[in-house]
Design a protein. Sequence first.
Length: 407
Amino acid sequence: MKENFCSIGISHWNCPLEVRELFSINRDQSKQLIEECTSYGVPSIFTISTCNRTQLFAFNGNVHQLKKLFVKHTGNHSDEFEKYGKVLEGDQAIDQLFSISTGIDSQILGDLQIFFQLKEGVKQAKKLNAINGIMDRLLQFVFQANKEVQSFTSISKGAASVAHASVLKIKKEMKTLEDKKVLLYGAGEIGERTLENLRDLPLKKLTVVNRTLEKAKKIAKKNGASYCNVEDLNNEINSSDIIIVATGANNPTITRKNITRNQNKKLFIDLSVPRNIDSKISEFENIQLVDMDMLNAEADQTLNQRKKEIPKAKTIINLHKLEFEDWLKLHILGPYIKKLESTFEQEKSEEIEKHKGKYTKEELEKVTPLINSIIKKISSKNIAYLRKRYRYNDDILEIIQEMYNLD
C-alpha cells in the first residue's frame, strides 16, 4: 500500500527561481486543485506552496492524472514541468514528506517555515474532507518526527533562515550600518521573522510599511521599529539604503516607477516568490537586487553546525517511518484477521450443527464454553503468528489465505 503514495511538484533543488515562480499557487488555486482531484476519486491530497516549492502529496490517485491536474492548476506550464518537475512514488514520496517536515529538505537547512506551510496545507485539505484515515495516520507520525527532531537535535537551533540570510547579506554588502536606513515592505509571517532578525542591528532607522497599517504598526512596535502608510512607500524607498520586500503578491509590488533616478547606493532584497521586485530596477545605477536563490549562498557557522545534526535527525525519521510501516501492515491485515476469525467461527458452527443430534440440549450447553475456548486459542495463535510473520514476510498472508481458503 506504500506504493500508493505519491508527490508531484517542483522545488529549489533542481528548478531556478524564474521557473518556480511560474508554479506558485495561492490557497484558492490549491482549493480548486484539491476539489477537482477529489471529484476524480482521489481520497487524500494536500498541497504545499512556499517560496522554494509547489508540491502536492496524494494517496490512491492516478499519478498521470494528478500530474495533468497539477500542471493545469499551476498555470499550464507543461514544457517547464517536463524539464524541471519531479514525480515521486511510494517510499520516495514518504521520505520527502518526513524530510520536509523536519527541515532537512529546505533551502536553508533546518528552516521551519516550510513546516508551518505544510500544516497550513493539511489544515485546508481537512476542511475539504481530502485527508483519509491512512494519510492522517502518516501525518501523525510525520508531525511527531518533527517534534522529536526539534527537541533532540540542534538542526533548527541558531539564526539560520531566510530572514537571517538577509542579515548576513546586508552585513556583507554594507561597510557600516550605523548610518543606514532599512525599509521592510510586508508584515506577513516572513516579514515579521525578518524584522526580528533586523532589530538587533545598529541601524539609523528601521521602518515597516504594509498595505494594512494596523499590521505594520503591531509588528513595528513589538520590534522597536517605525511604521508608515503604504501611501508613503515611494518616499520611504527613496530615503532608505536597504529595502526588503516580503509582500507575497502575484505581481511585482516594486517597479521602476517607485524609484527616482540618481540614487545613492541601494540594496534591494526580494523575499517573495513569485518575485515582487521587478528585475528591471537593477538597470538603475547604484542599485543591487538580491533574490531568494542568491540568499542561499549566504551560509555561516550555524548552518555548518546544523549539517552535523542531519544523521541524528534521519535516525529519528527512520524510527517513525518504521512505526508507520508497521501500523500500515497491520491496517492492511485487519480485514484478513476478521475473515480468519469468521472462518473459525463458521467451522465451529457447522460442526456443532452436524453433531448436535447426538447430544441433548443440556449437554451442548455444557460443552459449548469448552468448544469456544478451544476455538479462541487456536484462532489467537494463528492471528498472533500471522501478525508476527507479516511484519517481515508478506508471503505468510498468501499461505494463510490458501490454508483456510480465505477470499
